[in-house]
Design a protein around this ligand. Structure first.
Ligand SMILES: Cc1cc2nc3c(=O)[nH]c(=O)nc-3n(C[C@H](O)[C@H](O)[C@H](O)COP(=O)(O)OP(=O)(O)OC[C@H]3O[C@@H](n4cnc5c(N)ncnc54)[C@H](O)[C@@H]3O)c2cc1C
Length: 270
């Protein structure tokens, strides 16, 4: 494939990141070509409908605390399609040692804000709970250089908290290895709490008391009546640039006057 002068930007991949990039380029009036190796868009976001049920293969919602997705929804005019979490059963359970354990009441994004329910919970061992609660006495407000989510949780709360709660609850959101997720890029609010208060537990308790931050899961996670594909379809409908499916990119060259995109099919002109 050979593009003379335009488009100026090649986007590799038609998942939500690629589609959102195309949307912002379109707004900035910058030409683009989006190349996707599959014969469909959406990447990890795929919704299917079986026997009246909506089934998600990947993401089943997004959080409102980070406003980019909500802003995109507004720009696409999809607000009417939004739904909040089902209110019939809001409890989250963790499978550990063959048993289902409800999350301790008052747990706000990993941080226990109610001490007694946390102590009573059987999810963590006594030693594990002790390591977490020691944070109450933490004083240092100094942060280390940026570090992984795993390193941060291990340092603040211990290894058991990392394995039993942080990995399923936090790394699960990104479906990624907690050793590779960078804390400042994924959960910067922990660092803010630590830098303001020294202790995450004391910080979170005072934040929730003052209702300065809404860490309540119910208000954070939203989706669409028709599933997350609504977002992909909404974007697809509004994008008027060049979108090419079945194009697995193996090389891109900027040759000054033109851009050369080589795909795995190889037969397209290079
Ligand atoms: C089971 C599961 C549950 C999840 N739940 C949530 C959730 O509830 N909330 C949430 O916010 N996130 C969730 N996530 C994470 C979220 O789905 C992803 O972070 C997000 O969809 C990633 O989008 P992306 O565009 O970066 O990547 P992808 O969706 O992976 O898209 C990348 C695209 O690039 C294409 N591609 C790759 N290489 C090439 C190439 N060489 N040439 C052309 N095309 C190429 C791929 O085919 C793909 O379509 C979940 C993920 C999974 C797997």
């Amino acid at each position: 494939m050979l593009f003379q002068k335009e488009p100026l930007v090649a986007i590799v991949g038609g998942g939500i990141a690629g589609l959102a990039a195309a949307w912002f380029l379109q707004h900035a009036r910058i030409s683009y070509v989006l190349l996707e190796e599959n014969d469909y868009l959406g990447g990890l976001i795929q919704t299917s409908y079986v026997d009246g049920m909506t089934i998600e293969f990947g993401a089943d919602g997004f959080i409102t605390r980070k406003t980019e997705a909500s802003d995109l929804v507004k720009q696409l005019g999809l607000q009417e399609e939004l739904i909040t979490l089902n209110e019939t059963d809001e409890r989250i359970y963790i499978l550990s040692d063959g048993k289902l354990h409800p999350l301790p009441e008052g747990l706000q994004l990993l941080v226990p804000t109610r001490i007694w329910p946390f102590i009573k919970s059987k999810l963590l061992s006594r030693k594990g709970k002790f390591s977490v609660l020691l944070d109450i006495f933490a004083k240092s407000k100094v942060s280390a250089d940026d570090e992984s989510l795993a390193s941060f949780v291990r340092r603040k709360f211990g290894d058991e908290m990392l394995k039993k709660l942080a990995e399923p609850l936090l790394a699960g959101v990104y479906n990624a290895d907690s050793e590779k997720l960078i804390i400042l890029a994924t959960f910067p609010q922990y660092r803010e709490l630590k830098e303001e208060n020294g202790s995450l537990i004391r910080g979170m308790r005072s934040k929730t008391k003052n209702k300065k931050l809404e860490f309540n899961a119910k208000s954070q996670l939203i989706s669409f009546k028709g599933g997350m594909s609504t977002l992909i379809d909404g974007l697809r409908e509004k994008l008027d640039g060049n979108i090419i499916l079945n194009a697995s990119v193996v090389q891109i060259q900027n040759n000054g006057d033109y851009m050369k995109v080589k795909t795995s099919s190889g037969d397209e002109c290079f």
